[in-house]
Structures are given as structure tokens and as C-alpha cells.
Design a protein around this ligand. Structure first.
Ligand SMILES: [Zn+2]
Length: 196
């Protein structure tokens, strides 16, 4: 009975592996919806095994986090857990990343339009950006990959921008027209008053 209960709360990956407690302190991982998630960079590791989690930690984070030992390491784990509040933060992070990718895509599209470049240049800009990422911060590859600069995306953003500008212009025109009308009315009133 106890075993059955345990099974319900434990998480298994596709190959039936169970998340091991030691991965928390050794590699700063927690489990989230059946997958191990790194508490340091929030990345999910597809296959839950000792080798993969150890490798992720060693390559990405050991330089910065290897110095934490014993009690300090436990404290670090506790603060990472607390700060990230993993269960909710993963969702927040995903949505933040999506927003950030959307904003980045919009800004690049507007820059392309301002320079009078063809909208198809978005794809070229993206390929250059991915080359830079590959050399400077390969761990961000996936994140940058979500920035869409396809021709139709660029077109969509530029249309949005144009429609915003149009609305802004209309508002300004209305303001200045009503200002001009007011001046005309005053001038007419003055003329009428002084022509008698
Ligand atoms: Zn990580």
C-alpha cells in the first residue's frame, strides 16, 4: 500500500526512471511534470539519468557552483528553490521568453522597415544572429531560435507599427485642427465685436 502511494507521487520519465533525491544537491535539479529541470538555468533535460544531469551541471554550472560545498551548498539549493519557486516560474519564464522573443522580433522588423530594406531580410538577419549566438552564448541557442523573423512576421509587425503611427497621426491632427478652429472662432468673435 505504501509502495503504491509512493508510486503515485513519484515521477518517472519515458524509460521509467525515477527522479533521484541526490540530483537536487549534486546537480541542482528538481523534477517538474515528469522531467528534471535545472534550478540554475530553468532548462529541462529530456532524459532523466545520472549521466545527463551530471553532464548538464558539469558543463554549464560547475565553474560557478562547484565552490559551494556542505552547508553552503544546501543553503544555495534552498535559495535557488525559493527564488525560482520552480513550479510557477517555469511557466512565467516561458511566457516571459515568448514576450521577449516577440518584442525582439518587432524591434528588428521596425528597424528593417526604417532602413527601407526588403522584409525578406529578416531571415538573413536571423541567420547572422544565430551564428553570433553559436559562438558567444551557445546555451542561449534555443531562446534566440524562437525569435521569428520570417517575411510574414516582419510584414505583420510593420503593419502593426504603421497602424499605430496612423492612429497617432490622426489624434495629433484632431488636436491641432480643434486648436486652429478655436483660434478661428476667437478671431471671428473679435471681428464681429469690433465691426459694429
Ligand atoms: Zn542548467
Amino acid at each position: 500500500m505504501l509502495n503504491n502511494n509512493k508510486k503515485r507521487t513519484r515521477t518517472y520519465d519515458a524509460e521509467g526512471r525515477i527522479f533521484q533525491e541526490k540530483w537536487k544537491l549534486n546537480n541542482f535539479f528538481l523534477e517538474h511534470r515528469g522531467a528534471p529541470v535545472c534550478l540554475i538555468c530553468n532548462e529541462l533535460v529530456a532524459i532523466m539519468n545520472d549521466y545527463n544531469l551530471r553532464r548538464h551541471y558539469k558543463i554549464r554550472h560547475n565553474d560557478d557552483f562547484g565552490k559551494f560545498e556542505g552547508r553552503m551548498r544546501e543553503d544555495k539549493l534552498a535559495s535557488l528553490k525559493k527564488n525560482l519557486a520552480v513550479q510557477q516560474n517555469i511557466c512565467n519564464k516561458v511566457s516571459w521568453q515568448t514576450d521577449a522573443a516577440m518584442r525582439a522580433s518587432y524591434e528588428v522588423a521596425v528597424a528593417i522597415a526604417k532602413q527601407g530594406k526588403p522584409f525578406t531580410d529578416g531571415e538573413f538577419v536571423k541567420s547572422c544572429m544565430m551564428k553570433v549566438v553559436e559562438h558567444i552564448c551557445p546555451e542561449k541557442n534555443e531562446q534566440f531560435g524562437t525569435i521569428s523573423l520570417l517575411k510574414q512576421t516582419v510584414t505583420h509587425h510593420v503593419e502593426d507599427k504603421a497602424s499605430n503611427l496612423h492612429q497617432q497621426l490622426e489624434r495629433e491632427l484632431q488636436k491641432s485642427l480643434s486648436g486652429t478652429l478655436l483660434l478661428l472662432m476667437r478671431a471671428l468673435t473679435y471681428q464681429t465685436q469690433h465691426s459694429c
